[in-house]
Write a protein that binds this ligand. Structure first.
Ligand SMILES: [Zn+2]
Length: 161
């Protein structure tokens, strides 16, 4: 039971782009794109065993597999809802996945990325990761700290439990 706790595969509908990115920051596997709505979303979720995240109230008339109706318009509340409903630990897998294309990031040796990042970044950072799909390079920096603070806030239960 516990092994599944930190992780779940998701299919987010096209109204939930920001939520999808934040779930990816948390290391969750989320498919998202303009083609993912209505039956396209249902088909993708069914094929890959994903939980559908949707703001579309009409979706349930289309007999979808498991889905979670997202209540709020605001990504913070949306994220909180998903974290709570799926019992996720927001920091457990943070920054292990590319926010743009959902691929798992790979650690890169500092020497290997010298020509790929700005000189200032190269001289001030020690740890680098790259996305095998879009080749984007990631490193812990200030925006990363702000996101961690955000995730910490979300992982703190507001009331009792
Ligand atoms: Zn990528």
């Amino acid at each position: 039971m516990n092994t599944e706790k930190q992780y779940r595969k998701f299919a987010a509908d096209r109204m939930l782009g920001k939520l999808a990115r934040w779930l990816r920051f948390m290391g969750q596997d989320v498919i998202y794109g303009p083609h993912l709505c209505g039956y396209g979303l249902i088909r993708a979720a069914r094929q890959e065993g994903r939980l559908i995240l949707t703001r579309d109230r009409r979706l349930k008339q289309k007999q979808p597999p498991d889905f979670l109706f997202i209540e709020s318009d605001h990504y913070r509340e949306q994220l909180r809802q998903v974290v709570r409903a799926c019992n996720l630990e927001p920091l457990a897998l943070a920054f292990t996945r590319c926010a743009e294309c959902n691929a798992l990031l790979q650690p890169r040796a500092k020497e290997a990325i010298e020509t790929l990042v700005p000189p200032y970044v190269f001289s001030t950072q020690e740890r680098f990761f790259s996305c095998p799909r879009c080749r984007r390079i990631y490193w812990p920096a200030t925006h990363h700290e702000r996101m961690l603070a955000e995730l910490r806030k979300i992982s703190t239960p507001e009331s009792g439990n």
